[in-house]
Design a protein around this ligand. Structure first.
Ligand SMILES: Nc1ncnc2c1ncn2[C@@H]1O[C@H](COP(=O)(O)OP(=O)(O)OP(=O)(O)O)[C@@H](O)[C@H]1O
Ligand SMILES: [Mg+2]
Length: 256
């Protein structure tokens, strides 16, 4: 039995995220119930599970977009309580990519990427521009740097969103269904970018039902249902022989 307050970040020397006994409620509804998750530096985790199981809520709590109601979250040695200074410092280290891109429509692609490094990291304009162009080149979109988001395809916008997050030089990247709003022909270009990032050693937690990606990249698949982690394992064993009935039922629905 784990005890309240038993997490000591120094006991998890290779852990960049430690989630213990996490509880999140929306009014009377419990969206996350006693969730435990440790993410090691460099680890790639794929989070999957049925709609409403709490996947987005969990990664939103890690980034403190949602306030949790119980348990502990430690990111890079900083416990996330509701102190604004801590929240801001953690958000600098945690990059987040959403299903719906969330680029600033009134800023060009390169300006989207320059904004936070200038405002939050204190980079000068030329420094921020150089960094932004480097990362736009990495996601193969530097030719579009002066366009506005609405002038790009969905796949291109999502690659800009990834470059924008990387411009903050985060220690971990969280992805919430980054390809599920894309037309099928654009999914691959975004997944390729994510595979490349994984190959460079980035720590990643990805909510996705892209099984090919999970098999290729994930060290661990974490399966959630009804606000709890129900099963976890290496992709090969999870996808071919899930242990729980709930995971079996879920995989039957998504694998055709
Ligand atoms: N702001 C909110 N207010 C009330 N309930 C919420 C809120 N956000 C999420 N929920 C509820 O919490 C539960 C978990 O939601 P969450 O978005 O984390 O699920 P999910 O696993 O990401 O689902 P999906 O696969 O559909 O994205 C759902 O029942 C959802 O309705
Ligand atoms: Mg979700």
């Amino acid at each position: 039995m784990r005890q309240e307050g038993a997490v000591n970040p120094s006991n998890h020397s290779s852990a960049i995220v430690v989630v213990e006994n996490l509880v999140k409620r929306f009014g009377g509804f419990t969206a996350l119930n006693d969730v435990h998750l440790t993410v090691a530096k460099g680890e790639k985790i794929v989070l999957c599970g049925p709609s409403g199981s709490g996947k987005s809520t969990l990664i939103r709590c890690i980034n403190h977009i949602e306030k949790h109601d119980g348990g502990r979250i430690v990111v890079d040695g900083v416990e996330l309580v509701n102190r604004m200074a801590d929240i801001n410092s953690v958000r600098c280290e945690v990059g987040m990519v959403f299903q719906s891109f969330n680029l600033f429509p009134h800023l060009s692609v390169v300006e989207n990427c320059m904004l936070a490094p200038m405002k939050v990291r204190g980079l000068s304009r030329p420094e921020a521009h150089e960094r932004a162009m480097g990362l736009l080149r990495k996601v193969r979109i530097h030719g579009q740097a002066d366009k506005y988001p609405a002038q790009l395809s969905g796949g291109q916008q999502q690659r800009v969103a990834i470059a924008r997050a990387l411009c903050m030089q985060p220690k971990i990247m969280l992805f919430d269904e980054p390809t599920s709003a894309l037309d099928p022909e654009m999914v691959k270009e975004v997944l390729d970018t994510m595979v490349q990032l994984a190959g460079e050693g980035m720590t990643m937690v990805c909510v996705t039902h892209e099984i090919g990606f999970a098999r290729e990249v994930a060290d661990r698949v974490v399966f959630m249902d009804q606000g709890s982690i129900v099963e976890e394992g290496e992709p090969a064993s999870f996808f071919s022989s899930p242990r729980t009935e709930r995971a079996k039922g879920f995989l039957n629905q998504i694998i055709h």
